[in-house]
Design a binder for this molecule. Structure first.
Ligand code: NAD
Length: 424
């Protein structure tokens, strides 16, 4: 009998490209900040990186073995923080890139965390709920030495949700011998989740988009790529603000309505059928077409590498607000900047998630809770103040918003390294 060994990262995987983008952005920021080579190398290298094999018992009695990862890119400013992704194409390079972006994001918005990310190379759609529970619990057991409310606090990302977080909280708590809600954020309310967390990333995207628009949102046309936790909420909040959301896609296809989509009706359709495709009150739209529509605002809220040098010259939106992490490659960035397109970068635009995760963790550590309006106010204040800082650094130094955001984020982490000094 031959044994299938899970493959390792292919040289040209999407993850490899994401890591190259993240390293390029770091390099440019380090250059602008005048960081020395030693510190640059330290910031380019994850602090801890764990790869685990996760055996999963399928419902039919067979066993699968999938690969899992947890990368702590930086823990200088506080415990590591970052989501866990279940996706068939995730690999160690992608998880490392996402962990690095978390480090800069946390520093940029001023939450006292380092950056981390986790991933399991699996298609959750191919697993039953029971199988996903066993997979999650075994993955968590394998990374258990790394996580904890003072060490590393996971959260939801692509392919995971509040149920996944509940299993993580339970697995960790059983091992500790008492309930530890602060080990994970994005939990259900009954387990110490925070009001406003589920919508936080999308709410943050709305706040960033409206700040960058610089005009009344009424009638502003919007296209949203990805209709998951981030994209669906962002579409809803932008429509609520008065924008006309004309196009939406998920992995199955896109839909278009020139007069604006009824986002709530589309959400109900997706809840019923599991996909955007087939929604009756709109025209069909190709996945690539959505990115090139003549709209005012484009919100990529799916995966990395959506806008590349191949399609960037055809992107017509004047404003891009990155709900996803790493949706625009550095080559595309250059083309878009030359065309005058403004990009609110991922580490700013989607920071609402980690901001309210931080608020959830603070509530857990203190065993109290804030009201939804208190959470919303804090989120808005932190998003608007981060946006204001990025905007003024961009203006002062003649940088794009992404370049400015990286100068601020990387600069704060570098300063923390300097102040702590090098042990021993
Ligand atoms: P999700 O799994 O809930 O949704 C992902 C969506 O993207 C799905 O609708 C899927 O069908 C769609 N999609 C995948 N490939 C696509 C393609 N080629 N074209 C169009 N749609 C496609 O994931 P999510 O939590 O919404 O995360 C989306 C992005 O936002 C990721 O980059 C994630 O890292 C980032 N993000 C998420 C959070 C969070 O709180 N969930 C916070 C910050 C950033």
């Amino acid at each position: 009998m031959s044994v299938m060994v899970p493959s390792t990262t292919p040289a040209q995987s999407a993850g490899h490209e994401a890591l190259e983008s993240a390293l390029f952005q770091l390099d440019r920021a380090a250059e602008r900040l005048g960081l020395d080579d030693g510190l640059r190398t330290m910031l380019a290298t994850p602090r801890r990186s764990l790869t685990v094999s996760v055996p999963v018992r399928r419902d039919d009695g067979n066993m699968d073995v999938v690969q899992g990862y947890r990368v702590q890119h930086n823990v200088t400013r506080g415990p590591a923080k970052g989501g866990i992704r279940f996706h068939p194409a995730t690999d160690i390079d992608e998880v490392t890139a996402l962990a690095m972006w978390m480090t800069w994001k946390c520093a940029l918005v001023g939450v006292p965390y380092g950056g981390a990310k986790g991933g399991v190379t699996v298609d959750p759609a191919q697993y039953t709920t029971q199988e996903l529970e066993r997979l999650t619990r075994r993955y968590v057991s394998e990374i258990l030495p790394l996580i904890g409310p003072d060490k590393d606090i996971p959260a939801p990302d692509v392919g995971t949700n509040e149920q996944t977080m509940a299993w993580i909280m339970d697995t960790y708590s059983v091992s500790a011998g008492y309930a530890v809600p602060g080990v994970v954020t994005g939990k259900p309310m009954t387990l110490g989740g925070s009001l406003g967390r589920a919508a936080a990333t999308s709410r943050g995207v709305q706040i960033a988009a409206l700040a960058a628009l610089g005009r009344a949102p009424e009638g502003v046309t919007v296209a949203v790529q990805g209709f998951g936790k981030v994209g669906a909420g962002a579409a809803q909040f932008l429509a609520d603000a008065g924008c006309k959301v004309v196009a939406i896609s998920d992995v199955t296809g896109g839909v278009y309505a020139a007069d604006g989509l009824d986002v709530a009706a589309l959400r109900a359709w997706v809840a019923e059928t599991g996909m955007v495709r087939g929604y009756r009150d709109a025209d069909e739209l190709g996945l690539d077409e959505l990115l090139e529509l003549d709209v005012d605002v484009l919100v990529p809220a799916a995966l990395e590498g959506a806008i590349t040098e191949a399609n960037a010259p055809r992107v017509r939106a004047r404003l891009i607000v990155e709900g996803a992490n790493g949706p625009t490659t550095p080559e595309a960035d250059r083309i878009l900047a030359a065309n005058g397109t403004v990009i609110v970068p991922d580490i700013l635009a989607n920071a609402g998630g980690v901001i309210v995760s931080y608020l959830e963790w603070v509530q857990n550590l203190q065993a109290f809770s804030w009201t939804e309006s208190q959470i919303e106010r804090k989120l808005r204040d932190m998003m608007e103040s981060a946006y204001g800082e990025v905007k003024s650094v961009a203006a002062e130094r003649d940088l794009t918003l992404r370049e400015a955001a990286h100068v601020i984020g990387v600069g704060r982490v570098a300063e923390a390294h300097r102040m702590r000094g090098l042990y021993p």
